[in-house]
Design a protein around this ligand. Sequence first.
Ligand SMILES: [Zn+2]
Length: 296
Amino acid sequence: MISLASRREFLHEVSAWASAGLLSDRAISAAAQATSAVARVEGAYIDPRRVLLWESTRKEIREALESGRLKAAIVPTGSTEQHNEHLAMIQDTASAVLVAQQAALALYPQVTVATPVAVGISPYWMDRQGTLTLREETFLALVYDICGSLRHHGIRTILIVNGHGGNDQPLKRHVAEFSQKLDVKLDACSYWDAFAEGSGREEAKKIMESGIGADDLPGHAAEFETSIALAAFPERVHRDGVDYDRATLKLDPAEARKDRRHYQNSLLARREKGEVLIRIAVEWVATRLQRMTGNR
Ligand SMILES: [Zn+2]
C-alpha cells in the first residue's frame, strides 16, 4: 500500500509540475489514479473499490458473475453505538468492513463485499448517548434479505463477518435456518473468532497486555478495538479533550466499573498491536471463506 503521507507528497509534486506547465491534463489524472489506495495481490495492483459491491457498477458485477470468477460474498455486520469516550460510534461496522475488504482482496477476484448492516442489536448501550439499536428480528430480517438478494443474483456462498458482540449469538443461532431457506452455503463468524484458538490465540496472548478473556477481546473500546482503530482508521480515535474522571455518566455501579476498566485498558492500545490483530483476522476470514468455496 502507498501510505497516505507519501501519496499526498506525490500529488503535491504532481500539481507543482502541472502549474509549471510540465504535465498535460491526461498525465495529471493518470498520476492521481496511480496513487489511489491500492493493494498488491499476487503481483498485481488491485483497486480496493473493486471488491466492494456498493462501489461496483452493474456491468462489473454482471461480468464477474457471467465469467464465473465471482464465487462468494461477504456480508459485514456491525453497529452504531457508543464506544466509550474516545472511539467513533461506527467502530464495529468499520472493523467488519475492513476485515471483509482485506479478505476479499486476498481472494481477488472471487469475492464481493455486500453493503454492511451498520446498525446492530445494542439495547444494552442505550443508557449511553448516541447508540442506535435494532430489534433482533429487524436485524435478522435485514441480514436475511441481503443474503436473499445475493442468492437471487446467483451467489451461493456467503460468509457473514460480524464486528459487534450483540449480533454474534443471534447470527450464529439463525445461520443454519437461513442457509436452508435460501438454499445457499452460509456461515457466520465474528472477526475476533480468529483469536479463539490455535496460533491466532497464541499471537494475541503475546500482545494483549490486558488479557484475552471475553471482556478484553473483543472487549469494548478497550485495548483490542482501540488498537485496531489506531492501525486502520486513526482519524476515528479522539483522545483530545477526553477527561474520563469528569465525564457525566449515569451508570449503575457495576456498569460504571466496567466502563472505567475498558477506558483504562484502552490506554494500552498501540497501532502495532492493531496491525498484527488485523493481519491475523484477515487471514483467518480468508481461509474460512476459501474452504467454503472449496478452493482449500
Ligand atoms: Zn465495538
